[in-house]
Design a protein around this ligand. Structure first.
Ligand code: ADP
Ligand code: MG
Length: 216
């Protein structure tokens, strides 16, 4: 089933960020969202995550629940901002995020291992390089084992090893049945998707599925 975006238009004053977009993001699939700067990708992701509301149209989260609270409880979100506190360590930021969702140490230890955070996890977040921040932000987004994973340009700042870890994590989450939507400009990373939708000036102009859907 997944998530059904139905006739969504989003305007900011005179700016039409999205124009009559209809698209379904199936459960247990990786959907890539492509398109030039300003084409509406982040706006679409925010609307799917209930962080923004459509001006026209609606979104149905079939497997996640009816109200915004249920969807948010199931949501793992990586946006343009890290949502981390600079004076807390990376690990403390992740613990904090886990507690918001009722999760404890085992979940924290798991994402620390999955994203290779051990060498720097116990320093203040403010001291990190861009790639280290991105790894912490990804761990923060995933620590509570979300059922809906929305990632906006997740490979930004990552080195080759970091991107390889992320590729593995996305495959594992897909196998776990998570609905995954990823905005990316990284063509190599986009290739791991089950399908790709392309936005241009707020309109959905292409929707290409890959026939191969087995494990990789
Ligand atoms: P993308 O992620 O594809 O680069 P966005 O979805 O961020 O594009 O933005 C789409 C369009 O909507 C852009 O023209 C952007 O300037 C505009 N926009 C996005 N958010 C806002 C906002 N909060 N207020 C005004 N305009 C916005
Ligand atoms: Mg964007």
């Amino acid at each position: 089933m997944g998530i059904e975006v139905d006739g969504v238009t989003k305007t900011y004053g005179a700016v039409r960020a999205l124009v009559n977009v209809s698209v379904t993001f199936p459960t247990a699939q990786v959907s890539m969202v492509l398109g030039p700067n300003g084409s509406g990708k982040s706006t679409l992701l925010a609307i799917v995550g209930t962080l923004a509301t459509p001006t026209v149209g609606r979104v149905r989260h079939h497997d996640l629940g009816k109200d915004r609270g249920e969807v948010r409880a199931a949501l793992g979100w990586l946006g343009h901002e890290s949502l981390c506190y600079g004076d807390l360590t990376g690990r403390e930021n992740i613990v904090f995020a886990a507690r918001l969702h009722g999760g404890g140490r085992p979940l924290v230890d798991r994402v620390v291992a999955r994203f290779g955070l051990a060498p720097f996890a116990d320093r203040p977040f403010a001291t990190y390089s861009r790639g280290q921040r991105q790894r912490i932000a990804l761990a923060r987004a995933l620590v509570h084992e979300p059922r809906l994973l929305l990632l906006d340009e997740p490979t930004t700042g990552l080195d080759a090893a970091g991107t390889a870890l992320l590729v593995d994590v996305v495959a594992e989450e897909r196998a776990r049945g998570v609905t995954i939507v990823v905005v990316t400009h990284d063509a190599a990373f986009a290739a791991i998707g089950d399908r790709a939708v392309t936005l241009e000036r707020g309109r959905l102009v292409e929707d290409v599925s890959r026939e191969t859907s087995g494990p990789r």
